[in-house]
Design a binder for this molecule. Structure first.
Ligand code: CTP
Length: 399
């Protein structure tokens, strides 16, 4: 059975309170709906000064609760009924006032009322002025609220409504979505599995300015690391430059540049790991002598290259599951099968880089999955979906 997206069909209450950051929560609602969640928005009275109810109802296809006496559910006690059904309550943005009321349990709005009436986890995304955030009162309230069921995300440092550059900005919607997934990820089939994922194209320097690399964006590796995290694995991602810098909660990142550095970091971890998925595009060659100073173009007539180690091939620990990738432009099946054998992998994922909308830099991939007694040809799909299919198969080799 293919693992479903962790957000799909979850009942999420999104509490929106009165901050200028409320506009970002419309985008958050959209992200959650796109991932298949059932989103119920509760707005505080003051949030309506910043955003309109209909933006949220339009986005979520659910009517918005704005007070205690709306009578939208059969029970006519909306917040209680919803709180019981909720898988998580997210308060974004959460003002200093809301945080204070949460800390004291002052349930003068359905947002606080639903928090008090639920057994689901709570995620709070504060948004306020930097000095307010640093104040003794807010600090004490946050400390009081933190427990194994109550989580915070942000605030981030950035330009605030007041014009100053301070810590008080609400986390970006993608980061909040990621934290929600992290909260849901605690219990799954990769729990107790320690995994290494590699991602991105390594860089081999020519001089301080120039380097040799390849077209890898790191998207496949990121999708796999995130899927592993969602399924409860303890994940280390060893990566070069990636297409995005935003770090995913619950993943340890180790940044490297060269193939040699990647190999060193992998071997530092490998003894303690159960699974390695090599999605990185490791540069096969490096420049023999790296110039300390920037070379003038007329000085470069030839580049002398030497071979980098084949990292995947050199991993021969007995109790580790090895998954490799083969990016090919011709004879996909034959070449990927050859790599499956020569690199002694449990699984080799092959893809044809000449396929339209697939492979390097794309969000999608059309892959074949090679195992000892099986070859499966998959249709074009999102890399995030492919990541879960790979994990469904890799799981069978874990002891
Ligand atoms: N790989 C590796 N070390 C290298 C080169 C590749 O560990 N020096 C890994 C990649 O991360 C990938 C798999 O081996 O999981 C296949 O990589 P690929 O670049 O497709 O194959 P190569 O072995 O480099 O062969 P070629 O470039 O000749 O196709």
């Amino acid at each position: 059975m293919t693992y479903k997206n962790i957000i799909k069909n979850k009942n999420i209450i999104l509490g929106v309170t009165g901050s200028i950051a409320a506009y970002k929560s419309i985008f958050l609602a959209s992200l959650l709906v796109k991932e298949g969640a059932n989103v119920q928005v509760i707005m505080s009275q003051s949030s309506k000064e910043f955003v309109g109810e209909s933006s949220f109802s339009g986005m979520t296809h659910n009517s918005v609760i704005t007070g205690y006496y709306g009578e939208k559910t059969n029970l006519n006690i909306d917040h209680i009924e919803l709180a019981k059904k909720a898988d998580i309550i997210v308060i974004a943005p959460a003002t200093a006032n809301t945080i204070a009321k949460l800390a004291l349990g002052i349930s003068d709005s359905p947002i606080i009322g639903s928090v008090l009436a639920t057994s689901a986890p709570i995620l709070i995304a504060p948004a306020m002025d930097g000095e307010m955030y640093k104040s003794k009162q807010v600090t004490e309230n946050i400390t009081k609220l933190l427990d194994d069921k109550t989580f915070f995300t942000g605030p981030a440092k950035g330009r605030l409504a007041s014009g100053i550059n301070e810590k008080g900005r609400m986390s970006e919607p993608e980061e909040i979505l990621d934290k929600i997934k992290y909260i849901f990820s605690k219990k799954n089939d990769y729990k107790n599995v320690k995994s290494i994922v590699t991602a991105g194209g390594t860089r081999e320097a020519i001089d301080p300015v120039r380097f040799i690399t390849n077209k890898s964006s790191g998207k496949m590796g990121i999708a796999i690391a995130e899927a592993l995290r969602d399924r409860g694995s303890n994940v280390t991602m060893i990566h070069s430059n990636l297409y995005k810098n935003h770090k995913i909660e619950g993943i340890d990142y180790v940044k490297i540049q060269t193939a040699e550095e990647m190999k060193t970091e992998i071997f530092n971890k490998i003894e303690d790991s159960d699974l390695i998925i090599m999605a990185a595009a490791v540069a096969d060659f490096r420049v023999k002598t790296i110039n300390r100073n920037k070379l003038k173009k007329d000085q470069i007539t030839n580049l002398y290259l030497e071979k980098n180690p084949d990292i995947l091939k050199s991993i021969n620990k007995s109790n580790i599951v090895k998954v490799g990738f083969a990016a090919e432009s011709e004879n996909l099946l034959e070449n990927a099968k050859e790599k499956f054998i020569s690199k002694n992998c449990n699984i080799m994922v092959g893809n044809d880089i000449t396929e339209e909308n697939s492979g390097f830099g794309s969000d999608q991939n059309k892959a074949i999955i090679i195992e000892k007694n099986n070859v499966e040809k998959l249709p074009l799909m999102e890399k995030t979906t492919l990541a879960h299919i790979i994990l469904d198969k890799a799981k069978n080799y874990l002891s």
